[in-house]
Structure formats: structure tokens, C-alpha cells
Design a protein around this ligand. Structure first.
Ligand SMILES: Cc1ncc(COP(=O)(O)OP(=O)(O)O)c(N)n1
Ligand SMILES: Cc1nc(C(=O)O)sc1CCOP(=O)(O)O
Ligand SMILES: [Mg+2]
Length: 508
């Protein structure tokens, strides 16, 4: 499974393998941060082959664009023919198309050599504000290329230019823009709101012709954002080339860009205001956690079983027996919280529990211990305010692992979000004997944190059959479930108690 997806390989009848293949038709960035160079690196990071047709050569660095030299249209046509007539391209991704003739040449090639999908990044102005494709291309763009596009990914400036210069200042304006651009014939539209004024988040609006989705991510404070648009579009193309559905491809691409920006926050390449980032950060992560982050499903937080070795000892059962029983009773995610275990025993137990959880397709997280999570290839970790900082944990674990962070306040919830966590655990909702000296925040405190949190929340602390419904009745949209220790494990039958809580959670 990993081999198949990691190398995006398709075995043909002959036994030969072929790689999912993106062709980028774009301009060269001599600085290496954007354009063709970014596209090739993004595809490489997604383990997809990338061929390239160069439309224009720019003299460019972190300060700006010093020169643009566009290739002759017939030579672009020749490059397109060379690639498309010989290689089996899955997806074409377009970037800088500097002249109307270039757009015509490209559209003719697409019609002559159909591919599975076309991703259009309407590159018009560089991050430094330099014009890369002037107004003369607008008509061809809208009339010829957009009707062939499976997805087009304008930022606010580009969306405005495509729509005759209208101002786009709010998320509602972005929805309007997405719908209007869809009317040109593009099947899906992603309007990127990274530049939206007055918003602390990066909100993108995705429209598939029927439904709108607001895709929200934290704004990463870094100078190294040069090439994010090219990278996002190329990563979408790479996912589509592997056969990933459209919305998931967009989500995977957003997650990749977010992780790359986080990893490259402090990189220093060039002296200008707009630096490039490191697309291949995952190669530096020794365990190469390639699984895309969107595999985390917040619904798995519904009945979150947190183990306790002391309780399991008391009831004379092993941790593996306890984990298996809780899954059979309906637990939707497991956390190994083994405060007293020695490292070697903890790793062994974790490896055994991983095998059980994998066989039931239930995620397994490790409490506190990043090293143990790495050693047993767990699905992720849960860390508290005094454990390894979440930002660092994300760096160590890579984008493919789940990270949960304990939060008692809105400020902690906000930090968990910007640090790259996937969910927060919020409590103690009620008093508990399981964790010493644990301040109680009550249902009101839980509600306050949920309302402030951008991440899904699981409630914890003193939760059992008697009060589980009062927690879920708060009815806050991002409160996804309850995490429970003693009500499951300090009991004679773990499976029976898990079943009881599950039925209380699922009752209508
Ligand atoms: C789901 C969940 N939420 C909160 C916690 C508590 O974590 P932490 O604050 O690090 O305390 P310890 O569990 O380490 O004692 C949790 N474990 N799980
Ligand atoms: C591990 C833990 N963390 C908490 C927090 O408030 O963050 S409360 C807690 C213990 C929860 O155990 P029980 O379900 O037995 O009350
Ligand atoms: Mg902890």
C-alpha cells in the first residue's frame, strides 16, 4: 500500500511500472522558488513524475522580477508535442502563459492530446507585484482555457482581474467570485483568500458548481511564501494524477503547503523580502511520514478511550486486552497513557496495540512520548501544555501524524491551531481522580474553549454514563466527542462499559 502510493506507480499488464505524471506548462524562475522549479519540486514531494514545457524565462530573485524573456509560440507548441506525443501525461498544470497566442497553442494541444485533468493557476502578477501575464491574455484565458479547466486556482488579485477588476474584500465576495469564474466553464474553482484583509486565518473558498466549501488554515507568519500558488496548484495536479478525488486533492495540497511553510519559517535564502521555502522538507524527516494529513477524521474523536495501566492491573488484564475490548465495545480512537511504564515495555505494548488498532482501522495515539510514537509508528501523539511543544512535535513527526494538545483556555486553543495540531483535548470538565491536581473548567469553560477553537475538540475529565449526555448536549459544532479513562477501564467489563457509553453518544 505504502509502496504503491509513495511512488504513485501503476503496474501495467507487461509488468512494467509507470509513474503518475503531471506536465507543467509554465515560466522558469531563476531564483528557484516559483514557476517551473516549484512545480517540479511539489510533484517530487508528492512522489509524482513531472515533465515541463517552458513558456517564458524570468530573471528573478527574492527581491523581484528583473526581466522576462518569452519563448516563441511555435517553440512552446513544439515542446508540447514532444512531451504529449510520447509520454502518458495524466494531468496538465498551467502557470505563466505570457501571450494570447500561447494560450491558443496550449488549448490546441490539449484538444489534440486529451489528459485526465487540467489544473489552471492563473499566474498574472508575481508575489513581488511584477506583471507576468498582461491584460491582453484575459480574453483567451476566460474564453479558451477556463472551459477546459477541471480546476482554476486564482488568488484574490487574479480572481478580481478575471472578473474585470471587481473588489473582493470578504468571504461572501470570494463566493461570488468563485461562482462567476465557474460560469466561464471551469468545473471547480478555488479562490485563495491568503490576502484577505482583516483575517487572522487563510480562508480559501472552493466551489464545485453545486456546493461551496470554506477551507480554513492558520496564516503562517514567514517571509518565505514565494511560490505558494504554483506549489498549491502543482500539488493538486499531482494528487489528481494519482487518482485522488478533487476536494481531497485540494485539501492535501493545502496541508502540504501549510507544512512546508511551517518547516521553512526560519529559512534564509536570498536577501529580499520574499523568500522561497523548502518543498522537500519531508526528506529531512527520517521516518518519511508521507501519509497526507487529511486522513485524520475528526469524527474519530467520538468515543476516545484513554488507557491507564494502574486500572488495568487492578482488574488483572493486560493493556492489549483492554484496548481490544474497548474497540470491540465501540471506541473510535485509542490513546495509550502509560505513565508508569518503562520505555522498553511501553514500546513493546505500543507495537502490540498498533497491530490490534490497525486490524480494526482505529487510530492509536501515544500520550506524551514522541519517541515511543515514532518507534511503534503510531498514528500520532497527545501532548499537554508541559510536554513537548506542539510546533516541535509537528517538526519531528511530519505532516502525516495526528497531534492532539490539551487546552484549558481559548489562548491555548489558538496556539495549538497555529502550531499545527489536529485537535484539542479540553478539560477537566468535571472533577476526576485519574489525574492529580487537575483544575476543573466545567461545561461553561468547555463551551468557551470550543467556541474559540478552530480545531475539533474532545472533552475530558470525570466523564461517564451519568454526565456524558450533558457534555454532548452543549451542541457546539466542533465538539466531536468525549475522552474517558476510569468509566471504561476502572470497570469489570471494558467492552460492556464502552458499549454503554457508545449507545448514550449515538442516541438521538
Ligand atoms: C484527549 C486528551 N485530552 C487531555 C489529556 C491530558 O494531557 P496532559 O495535559 O498532557 O496530561 P497527561 O495525560 O499527560 O497527564 C489527554 N491525555 N488526552
Ligand atoms: C488524562 C486527563 N486529562 C485531563 C485534562 O483535564 O486534560 S483529565 C484526565 C483524566 C480523565 O480521566 P477520567 O475519565 O477517569 O476522569
Ligand atoms: Mg502529557
Amino acid at each position: 500500500m505504502l509502496e504503491e502510493s509513495a511512488y504513485a506507480a501503476v503496474t501495467q499488464g507487461s509488468g512494467l511500472r509507470r509513474l503518475a505524471h503531471v506536465l507543467t506548462v509554465a515560466g522558469s524562475d531563476s531564483g528557484g522558488g516559483a514557476g517551473i522549479q516549484a512545480d517540479i519540486k511539489a510533484c517530487a514531494a508528492a512522489c509524482v513524475y513531472c515533465s515541463s514545457v517552458i513558456t517564458s524565462v524570468t530573471a528573478q530573485n527574492t527581491i523581484g522580477v528583473q526581466g522576462v524573456y518569452s519563448l516563441a509560440e511555435n517553440f512552446v507548441a513544439e515542446q508540447l508535442r514532444s512531451v504529449l506525443s510520447d509520454m502518458q501525461v495524466d494531468v496538465i498544470k498551467t502557470g505563466m502563459l505570457p501571450s494570447p497566442g500561447m494560450i491558443t497553442v496550449l488549448c490546441q494541444s490539449i484538444k489534440e492530446f486529451p489528459v485526465r485533468a487540467i489544473v489552471v493557476d492563473p499566474v498574472m502578477v508575481s508575489t513581488s507585484g511584477d506583471v507576468l501575464s498582461g491584460p491582453s491574455t484575459l480574453s483567451g484565458f476566460c474564453k479558451e482555457l477556463l472551459p477546459l479547466a477541471d480546476i482554476v486556482t486564482p488568488n484574490l488579485k487574479e480572481a478580481s482581474a478575471l472578473l474585470g477588476g471587481i473588489s473582493l474584500d470578504t468571504v461572501d465576495d470570494m463566493r461570488f467570485a468563485a461562482k462567476s469564474i465557474h460560469d466561464f466553464g471551469a468545473r471547480n474553482v478555488l479562490v485563495k483568500g491568503g490576502d484577505l484583509p482583516g483575517s487572522s486565518d487563510a480562508i480559501d473558498v472552493f466551489f464545485d458548481g453545486e456546493q461551496f466549501h470554506e477551507l480554513c488554515g492558520p496564516r503562517i507568519m514567514t517571509r518565505n511564501t514565494h511560490g505558494t500558488g504554483c506549489t498549491l496548484a502543482s500539488y493538486i495536479a499531482a494528487e489528481l494524477a494519482k487518482g485522488t478525488p478533487m476536494l481531497q486533492s485540494v485539501q492535501a495540497a493545502k496541508s502540504f503547503v501549510k507544512s512546508a511553510l511551517l518547516y521553512s519559517k526560519d529559512l534564509m535564502i536570498g536577501n529580499g523580502p520574499q523568500g522561497p521555502f523548502d518543498h522537500l522538507f519531508m526528506l529531512k524527516n527520517q521516518l518519511n511520514n508521507y501519509a497526507p494529513k487529511w486522513t485524520f477524521n475528526a469524527n474519530s474523536l467520538l468515543l476516545y478511550a484513554v488507557t491507564d495501566s494502574r486500572m488495568n492491573k487492578k482488574w488483572a488484564r493486560s493493556i492489549t486486552e483492554a484496548v481490544k475490548a474497548s474497540i470491540e465495545g465501540g471506541a473510535t480512537i485509542i490513546q495509550l497513557r502509560e505513565k508508569e511504564a518503562e520505555t522498553s515495555a511501553f514500546v513493546k505494548t505500543a507495537v502490540d496495540c498498533m497491530a490490534i488498532c490497525r486490524s480494526y482501522n482505529v487510530p492509536l495515539l501515544i500520550n506524551d512520548r514522541i519517541d515511543v510514537a515514532l518507534a511503534c509508528d503510531a498514528d500520532g501523539v497527545h501532548i499537554g501544555q508541559s510536554d513537548m511543544p506542539a510546533e516541535l512535535a509537528r517538526k519531528i513527526l511530519g505532516p502525516g501524524k495526528i497531534i492532539g494538545v490539551s487546552c484549558k483556555t481559548p489562548a491555548q486553543a489558538m496556539k495549538a491551531w497555529t502550531d499545527g495540531a489536529d485537535y484539542i483535548g479540553c478539560g477537566g470538565v468535571f472533577p476526576t481522580n485519574t489525574k492529580q491536581s487537575n483544575p476543573t473548567i466545567g461545561l461553561k469553560g468547555l463551551e468557551t474553549v470550543c467556541l474559540a477553537s478552530k480545531l475539533p475538540v474532545v472533552a475530558i475529565g470525570g466523564i461517564g454514563a451519568g454526565n456524558i449526555q450533558s457534555v454532548m448536549e452543549l451542541g457546539v459544532q466542533n465538539l466531536k466527542g468525549v475522552a474517558v479513562v476510569s468509566a471504561l477501564f476502572d470497570q469489570e467489563s471494558v467492552a460492556t462499559e464502552t458499549r454503554r457509553l457508545k449507545s448514550l453518544l449515538t442516541v438521538r
